[in-house]
Write a protein that binds this ligand. Structure first.
Ligand SMILES: Cc1cc2nc3c(=O)[nH]c(=O)nc-3n(C[C@H](O)[C@H](O)[C@H](O)COP(=O)(O)OP(=O)(O)OC[C@H]3O[C@@H](n4cnc5c(N)ncnc54)[C@H](O)[C@@H]3O)c2cc1C
Length: 388
């Protein structure tokens, strides 16, 4: 085995610098004041709940675009400061859904590939918590195999005309822009060449947004259809034909954050509340195992954050954090439900838990799909280790 492993996985121990603790206390105090009522059902939805009002307040505190240059309104702080804010927002189950994608990946994409005009126009609005983005990658026949997208943009006078359909577009109905991956040249056979990204104004003529209701009965997803949808030349993000390189770098932002193990942290908190301070030995053992898994995931994720801050590119380590973290999140609601059903002594507590945690059980299957499926991530890890 050792002989064929060309690269070793490395998770050097990492601690957040002491200076981030002051920020943590400040963010925690802000969240406690802003979202009273510790057990509202919304807490279980965390960053799937959108609240423009909350996003504007996050913006006013300087908690969006934390690492971005000051000239675009950013905080010019480290990725570790951003990490602390993200952890606190998730642990509080805060309704951060409006600005989540723009802050995590669209803004950084604009910083890396956007024109000066695009940055000046859009980034300060994102930082204020007033401008929201969605991701237009997947299509009815293109998910894991993203390079097979069929949505096309053809050059016309002064811009591009887009035709095609995007699907599973989270939050399109409440966003201002979609970054769409489309084919501008080349063929499906020469798949990685000829793809481009466009910043599409979701109010563009020829663009239709239709809701897709998920298993939990919520409208988070959409189908976005482009029918001769005109976008100006200034909507092109980066260079024509560079879409594949750009989109793969974007996926790296999506994979490595604490949302991959803290998305349903509230289930664990509620479980502890229902079990009380003196759980029986079986319950204590199961909770101990959950806590140990969570802590290990956090240490691995922190290690990745430390490497990113040091300018390294730990893509394989990040993919494994997402793989293990999302499996933990997927198993948590069911483990908690079974435990509460057998251990809760108070009927009202039991009913309350089942009611509020139901959402988490229904969305759990999606954790190992969004942002790259488990099987695809394992393929990436196996390739990096020289195993395939
Ligand atoms: C909650 C949620 C939110 C989402 N939000 C967005 C969004 O905002 N924008 C967007 O563009 N997309 C979004 N998606 C779509 C998501 O990116 C796709 O679901 C994902 O990429 C998988 O694609 P697919 O659904 O077409 O499945 P497929 O790619 O068809 O995969 C089906 C199955 O085959 C397996 N498989 C596929 N290829 C391989 C392979 N090479 N090796 C081994 N196994 C393989 C997969 O692991 C999976 O189990 C979202 C999905 C979810 C669940």
């Amino acid at each position: 085995m050792t002989a064929i492993v060309s690269e070793r996985l490395d998770y050097p121990p990492f601690r957040l610098p002491a200076e981030t603790e002051a920020l943590r206390s400040e963010v925690r105090a802000f969240l406690t004041a802003e979202i009273p009522g510790d057990r509202s059902e919304d807490r279980f939805k965390s960053w799937n709940t959108a609240s423009p009002e909350f996003s504007r307040k996050m913006g006013a505190k300087g908690y969006i675009g934390v690492t971005w240059p000051k000239e675009y309104g950013g905080g010019e702080r480290s990725f570790l400061h951003r990490y602390v804010i993200t952890e606190e927002v998730l642990a509080a189950g805060a309704p951060a859904g409006s600005h989540w994608v723009a802050d995590r990946q669209s803004g950084p994409q604009l910083l890396r590939f956007g024109s000066e005009e695009q940055r000046q126009e859009i980034l300060p609005r994102i930082v204020k918590g007033e401008c929201y983005f969605c991701i237009g990658m997947s299509e009815p026949d293109s998910g894991s195999d993203l390079a097979s997208v069929r949505t096309r943009a053809d050059q016309v006078n002064g811009g591009w005309r887009i035709n095609g359909t995007k699907v599973w577009t989270s939050g399109a109905h409440r966003s201002h822009y979609c970054i769409a991956l489309v084919r501008t040249s080349g063929t499906r056979e020469n798949r990685h060449v000829g793809l481009s990204q466009f910043i599409v104004d979701l109010k563009s003529p020829g663009l239709t947004i239709r809701p897709i209701i998920n298993l939990a009965g919520r409208h988070d997803w959409n189908e976005v259809t482009f029918t001769d949808c005109f976008v100006p030349d200034s909507a092109l993000l980066g260079s024509e034909g560079d879409g594949w390189m750009q989109v793969t770098s974007e996926l790296a932002y999506e994979r490595s954050g604490p949302e991959r193990f803290l998305q349903n942290y509230h289930v664990l908190k509620e479980l502890l509340r229902v079990l009380g301070r003196q759980p029986g030995p079986r319950a204590a053992e199961i909770v101990g195992r959950l806590a140990a898994r969570l802590w290990t995931l956090r240490q691995m994720s922190l290690s990745v954050a430390g490497m990113l801050e040091a300018g390294k590119a730990p893509a394989t380590e990040a993919a494994l954090v997402k793989d293990l973290g999302t499996i933990f999140q997927q198993e948590l609601p069911e483990i908690a439900r079974v435990l509460v059903e057998s251990e809760a002594t108070d009927e009202a507590d039991l009913a309350d838990f089942l009611d509020t945690a139901q959402y988490s059980s229904m969305v759990a299957p999606s954790y190992t799909l969004q942002g790259g499926t488990t099987q695809v991530l394992r393929g990436i890890v196996a390739r990096a280790l020289g195993l395939r």
